[in-house]
Design a protein around this ligand. Structure first.
Ligand SMILES: Cc1cc2nc3c(=O)[nH]c(=O)nc-3n(C[C@H](O)[C@H](O)[C@H](O)COP(=O)(O)O)c2cc1C
Length: 187
């Protein structure tokens, strides 16, 4: 997986977020598989809500930074919470800016999506919504395996690893399979 550039994004801004934790697990798996992994923190980036008037004045620096990070990557790792059966506003804002301002930065990228929720379905509905947005962004994501981190309050050990090995294995399989496909297409 050498030279495969992976960008991690947490759709939750919360410092103690379960999705931030899950993203760290995924980043470690990707790193161990040989990818070059980085992360962009939407809380630090503090993107404005998409506004055509702001865009018309020229892209803000943080929007440029976000678009450049996406453009420099092959695969985007997205851990998103489910808010009201959909994705978070922070992630939606990032996807909107990414698709604007001189071209869609996500065009043709691959994504690996997963999510954690204290509930029983572990972001299943939010992930469907994210896949729907991907149709417009022309982002590719494997349909299977799907990774739902349920009962998130109990899902992590104090060191941030998953208590449930099955969830870990599913996430690893998703990352591995995606990397294999991306590598094949690259060559
Ligand atoms: C505005 C809002 C809407 C939410 N809607 C859902 C939901 O539809 N489904 C769900 O499982 N959890 C929902 N939750 C609970 C989140 O899953 C929970 O807050 C979770 O911890 C958020 O992820 P994080 O830990 O990564 O911040 C919602 C939380 C908020 C703040």
């Amino acid at each position: 997986m050498e030279n495969l550039k992976v960008l991690g994004i947490s759709g939750s801004l919360r410092r103690d977020s379960y999705n931030r934790k899950a993203l760290q697990v995924a980043k470690k798996i990707a790193t161990d598989l040989g990818a070059e992994v980085s992360e962009i923190d939407l809380k630090e980036l503090n993107l404005p809500i998409y506004d055509g008037d702001i865009e018309a004045l020229g892209l803000p620096e943080n929007v440029r930074q976000f678009k450049s990070a996406v453009e420099a990557s092959d695969v985007i790792l997205i851990a998103s919470p489910e808010y009201n059966y959909s994705i978070s506003g922070a992630l939606k804002t990032a996807l909107e800016w990414g698709s604007r301002g001189g071209g869609n930065s996500f065009d043709g990228k691959w994504a690996i999506i997963f999510g954690a929720s204290p509930g029983l379905v572990g972001t299943l509905r939010g992930q469907f919504q994210l896949r729907q947005i991907f149709y417009d962004l022309n982002v590719l994501a494997l349909p299977q395996p799907q990774v739902f981190i349920r009962n998130a309050r109990e899902a992590f050990d104090t060191d941030g690893t998953f208590k449930d090995l099955k969830t870990y294995e599913q996430l690893k399989k998703l990352i591995q399979k995606t990397f294999e496909v991306v590598e094949k297409l690259k060559n």
